[in-house]
Design a protein around this ligand. Structure first.
Ligand SMILES: C[S@@+](CC[C@H](N)C(=O)[O-])C[C@H]1O[C@@H](n2cnc3c(N)ncnc32)[C@H](O)[C@@H]1O
Length: 218
């Protein structure tokens, strides 16, 4: 097995070569931290991965589960065509108010449709209302214990050959440490194990950010 030891020096080198965030996105990260005290958004190098992927795929209908203050959705919305749409799901009115402000400033608000509420219910509603096999892409980045439910609903909503990206699947490396056990780690291990042998998909676990699964529906 060939693998690299990602020490601090190498991680800094990779980050330095994987960051095309402009002033607006830098400001959004800063404002997010000031107003929420949290750094839950994807990292700039994950954002760069999304830009590269979306510029190539040009998805027209994207599902995002977990919006927070709008960093990942703003990154995606800037790359997709003007007529494309992101259905953005989150439970927090307070955090998504910041997202709305930045979608407007970035000039992408017309591309994002916010669905406030429990994403499990929102996804079930989308399925019931005739959206099965209509999405080109889904990005799952919300509460970890619901990841399997989100994945199962997202795969119904996705077109064949569509892509699902799932964030935080390495959970700071804890998934690989048997002595570490809690409900989030257990949910993530279950999903990683399941997707490694799921015949409905091709799935690759990428060591970017906190670990991302990149999944293609067959
Ligand atoms: C990690 S943050 C999303 C970060 C965002 N994708 C980004 O990179 O900028 C997770 C978000 O999931 C939302 N969330 C948690 N549980 C949820 C649920 N049951 N339904 C919908 N959203 C939920 C939280 O409110 C939070 O904003």
């Amino acid at each position: 097995m060939k693998y690299l030891n990602f020490d601090d020096q190498l991680n800094k080198y990779i980050s330095k070569h994987n960051d095309q965030d402009d002033e607006l996105l830098k400001e959004l990260r800063e404002v997010t931290y000031q107003k929420t005290g949290r750094k839950m958004m994807i990292s700039p190098d994950q954002a760069q991965f999304f830009r590269t992927l979306l510029a190539c795929l040009q998805p027209r209908k994207i599902l995002e589960v977990g919006v927070f203050t709008g960093y990942s959705s703003t990154v995606m919305a800037r790359v997709i065509p003007d007529s494309a749409r992101i259905v953005a799901c989150d439970i927090s009115e307070e955090w998504t108010a910041i997202a709305k402000e930045y979608w407007l400033t970035a000039g992408v608000d017309h591309k994002v449709s916010l669905k406030l509420g429990n994403a499990n219910l929102t996804l079930s509603e989308l399925i019931e209302k005739g959206n099965k096999s209509t999405f080109d892409m889904a990005f799952i980045d919300a509460d970890k214990i619901s990841y399997d439910d989100y994945f199962e609903k997202a795969i119904k909503l996705l077109k064949p050959k569509g892509i699902i990206i799932i964030d935080n699947v390495l959970w700071k490396g804890t998934v690989a440490k048997p002595e570490r056990v809690d409900e989030d780690i257990t949910a993530l291990r279950h999903l990683n194990d399941k997707l490694a042998k799921d015949e409905r998909v091709y799935s690759t676990l990428l060591p970017i950010g906190d670990g991302m699964l990149m999944i293609t529906k067959l």
